[in-house]
Structure formats: structure tokens, C-alpha cells
Design a protein around this ligand. Structure first.
Ligand code: SAH
Ligand code: SF4
Ligand code: F3S
Length: 435
């Protein structure tokens, strides 16, 4: 038995959907009468919202639990997120946490806390996705750039990936619920909304596809910018590509993971697209929106990957010219087919390939950023910079831009991009000439 917690802290790891879930858990605890603590060390209840995607992400959870236990406060600990779903009761046995709650069950958190207070095992890894959203409190707070989950889960079963097991099958939220949540976020101060899904472009409701949803959100007054992530090449419909041509509030940015540039590796990954079909999609996207910034995910050292096959990935990057990208060393995940494949790649070979790929991707990113110098665009101000009068925001192409301005957080400012540094750009506010 533990006393009922009065304060809480949510710590999220992993992808943007976990950030969204973390915010919603915080809203739920607040609605239940708990108060946010300044940090994990001073909270009565700590929610670790975990990620299972690579081995290192999972290990973090256990080191964090150890640190909290040593802190002297002995808080109530809830493990949420994808590790909770994957390991369930094992976590209770291994780390003696109070609550384990999966990503589709966190609307039950208040009841689980009550059970933990009563000294009962509090474990819930059921997957009733849609009732979860219905049971969460309405949105009342938002940052200028806000996330909105529209689709969860994955039916693609790439052979290296745990997501289909931790998030379950593909489920789309209803159109009306999403539009309502978008309106609430805008009323609470959001100017930009990023629609989230593990396969966001597979979102559907009746005859509607993601492009219909985007066109509807384009009409929400006060919403200036729409983004979406993450997409799968196989769900990149012509309707969605056309939206990039027609819908002004849809930002010129596309994150479209490819993972490898070699067809044999893509088949072994069960990616169901080829190097060529991926490149043809990008050609169509660029035809619709010539200035679009492209982003991708890459895995090096998939089992059996030869050096020549790896070179195909580097060549694909050179061909595409990504504006930004995420690249990872393959990490064998328990229960996935690739973990049992022959010819696992030694660590030093993976390190070397990752370095070579990242060098190529960095070159591409610098080139993209340099290519935007001289452009005029709007920047959404998101936070204060380090220098007096300096603000930081995002360009339409998702670059970080710093500028001197009297504008406030949440404002859209017209700027000229004047300089590209390795991780950000400098902008100069365009002062309107007096009439
Ligand atoms: N649904 C998205 C993102 C899934 S996870 C998609 O398909 O694009 C984000 C990224 O993590 C993946 O795109 C992949 O590049 C990487 N990833 C997934 N499983 C991995 C593993 N076992 N080892 C290394 N990287 C992995
Ligand atoms: Fe994982 Fe593949 Fe699904 Fe993406 S599409 S979540 S990489 S299984
Ligand atoms: Fe991690 Fe789960 Fe997201 S495994 S990447 S938190 S879907």
C-alpha cells in the first residue's frame, strides 16, 4: 500500500506519438485532481512513457527506474508506452513497479492508480483504441505547434519492427472527432497541427482518405499550417500528392522512410516497395510541389546486408538530396523475424556504415539549407532564443530559424532567410514599407 499521490510527472521517450500520449496522460491526471510536479525527483507519481523500438530505448527504462528508486522519495512508478505493452507483467517481476499500462489503455490510468494505492497489481495492456480517445478529457492547452493523433497501429509487419506488436493493428479515429480536437487545439493557441500516425497516410473514414481530412482542416479558421507524419510509401495516394499542390496550409515537407536503397534488402525487410517505386513516388510529389523538403528513415546493418548493398543506400541518398533524415543501426528486437535471421552484422561494420551514411546525409542537409538562403517565407515563432530579442521558429520546410523580432510566441512572421549554419538558419524580419 502507498498513500494516494498528489503530484505527478510524465517523462516521454520515443516518437512524436509518445509525446502526444504523454500530454494526454498529463491532462488526464490533472482532471483527476493531481498537480504537475516540477520534475520526476519531486513527484509522488512518475509515469515513464516508454519506447521499445531499439534495444537502447528499452534499456533506458530500467536505468530510469533504478535512479528513481535510489532518489530516496520512493515514488509510485507507472510504466506506460510500448515497453509496457511488449513486456507487461515481466516489468512488475523485474523492476517492481506499481503500474503497467499499454499505449491503448492509458485512459484507465486513474483507476490503475487507485488499485495501486489499494495494494493491488495494476496492469492493463488491453487494446480498445477508439474507446481510449472517447474517454480522454477535451484539449484545453496547446503549444503553437501541436500534435494530433489520427491513426494508430501498423499492419505492415516490416521484419525488424516491434510497432505492429506494441501499437496493434491499424485503426483510424473518426473524421468528426479529429476535426473537433483540431478546433479545440486552435482555440487553445495552436497555429500549426501535425497529424500523427504510425502510418498516417493510411488514415481512412468511410470514403475519406487523409487528403480529405487535410482539405477539411484547411478550412478550420485560425489554423495556419498542417503537417503529417509518418507516411508509408505504399499509402502515398495521388489524392494526397495533389493536396501538396492545392492546399496552401499543407506545408511543403514529406517524411517518407525508405530504410534501404537495395531491393534484396527491402524484400528481406518486407517493405513491399522497391527502390524504383519509392523514387517514382518522390518524382510525382516533386512534380506537384517542386519546393518540397524530403526526409527519410534509414537502417544500416540489416541482417545479411553486404557492403555493395549498403552502397546502394548511400547512392539513393545522393540521388534524392534529403533535407533531413534519421539513420539507425539495426537493433534485433525480440519476437521479430529479422532477429532470427542468419548473418547478423558485427557492431564495428554497423558503426562504419552509419558514419558513412550520416556523412552523406549531412552533406545533403547542408546543401538543402544553403539552397533556401535568399528565399522569403513565413516563420512560426515557437520559443525565445538565447540572445536578447531573439526568437526561434520553423520555416515551412521544418528548418529551425532564428531572428530578431518583437513578435510573440505563436506569431507568423515574414522573413528573408539570409544565412545557413549547420543546425539552423538566420532570418531577417521583413518590415512592411509604410504606405
Ligand atoms: N511507422 C514509421 C516509423 C516506425 S519507427 C515507418 O514505417 O516509417 C521509426 C524508425 O525506426 C523506422 O522508420 C526505422 O528506420 C527505425 N527502426 C524501426 N525498427 C528498428 C530496428 N529494429 N532497428 C533499428 N531501427 C529501427
Ligand atoms: Fe514498423 Fe514497418 Fe510498420 Fe513502420 S511500416 S511501424 S517500420 S512495421
Ligand atoms: Fe517507440 Fe512505440 Fe513510438 S516503440 S517509436 S514509442 S510507437
Amino acid at each position: 500500500m502507498k498513500p494516494a499521490p498528489k503530484t505527478f510527472h510524465v517523462k516521454s521517450f520515443g516518437c512524436q506519438m509518445n509525446v502526444y500520449d504523454g500530454d494526454r496522460m498529463a491532462e488526464l491526471m490533472t482532471a483527476d485532481g493531481l498537480v504537475p510536479a516540477v520534475d520526476a525527483a519531486s513527484a509522488d507519481l512518475v509515469v515513464l512513457n516508454t519506447c521499445h523500438i531499439r534495444e537502447r530505448a528499452t534499456d533506458k527504462v530500467y536505468s530510469d527506474i533504478g535512479r528513481l528508486r535510489k532518489g530516496g522519495k520512493d515514488p509510485m512508478i507507472a510504466v506506460a508506452g510500448c515497453v509496457a505493452q511488449a513486456e507487461g507483467a515481466e516489468i512488475v517481476a523485474r523492476a517492481k513497479v506499481d503500474i503497467v499500462v499499454g499505449p491503448q489503455a492509458y485512459h484507465n490510468l486513474p483507476g490503475l492508480v487507485a488499485r495501486a494505492v489499494a495494494g493491488e497489481t495494476a496492469l492493463d495492456t488491453d487494446m480498445p483504441v477508439l474507446s481510449k480517445f472517447g474517454a480522454l478529457p477535451a484539449r484545453r492547452r496547446a503549444t503553437p505547434s501541436a500534435f494530433l493523433t489520427v491513426q494508430e497501429g501498423c499492419d505492415k509487419f516490416c521484419t525488424y519492427c516491434v510497432v505492429p506488436y506494441t501499437r496493434g493493428a491499424e485503426v483510424s479515429r473518426p473524421f468528426a472527432a479529429i476535426v473537433d480536437e483540431a478546433r479545440a487545439l486552435v482555440d487553445a493557441g495552436a497555429r500549426e497541427i501535425t497529424l500523427l500516425g504510425q502510418n498516417v497516410n493510411a488514415w481512412t473514414d468511410g470514403d475519406y482518405g487523409l487528403h480529405d481530412l487535410i482539405r477539411a482542416l484547411d478550412r478550420v479558421s485560425g489554423l495556419a499550417r498542417i503537417r503529417y507524419t509518418t507516411s508509408h510509401p505504399n499509402d502515398m495516394t495521388q489524392g494526397l500528392i495533389d493536396a501538396h499542390r492545392d492546399v496552401e496550409s499543407l506545408m511543403p515537407f514529406l517524411h517518407l522512410p525508405v530504410q534501404s536503397g537495395n531491393d534484396r534488402v527491402l524484400r528481406a525487410m518486407n517493405r513491399s516497395h522497391s527502390r524504383d517505386s519509392y523514387l517514382r513516388i518522390l518524382d510525382r510529389v516533386r512534380a506537384a510541389r517542386p519546393d518540397i523538403a524530403l526526409s527519410g528513415d534509414f537502417i544500416v546493418g540489416f541482417p545479411g546486408e553486404t557492403d555493395a548493398e549498403f552502397q546502394d543506400t548511400v547512392r539513393l541518398c545522393d540521388q534524392v538530396g534529403y533535407a533531413q533524415a534519421y539513420s539507425f543501426k539495426y537493433s534485433p528486437r525480440p519476437g521479430t523475424p529479422a532477429a532470427d535471421m542468419a548473418a547478423q552484422i558485427p557492431a564495428d561494420v554497423m558503426d562504419d556504415r552509419l558514419q558513412r551514411l550520416q556523412a552523406a546525409l549531412n552533406r545533403d542537409q547542408q546543401a538543402f539549407n544553403a539552397g533556401t538562403v535568399g528565399r522569403r517565407c513565413q516563420v512560426l515563432i515557437e520559443r525565445r532564443g538565447k540572445l536578447p530579442g531573439q526568437m526561434l521558429g520553423k520555416s515551412p520546410w521544418l528548418q529551425s530559424v532564428h531572428l530578431l523580432t518583437a513578435a510573440a510566441i505563436g506569431d507568423l512572421v515574414e522573413v528573408d532567410l539570409v544565412r545557413a549554419d549547420p543546425n539552423s538558419l538566420s532570418g531577417v524580419e521583413r518590415v512592411m514599407a509604410a504606405a
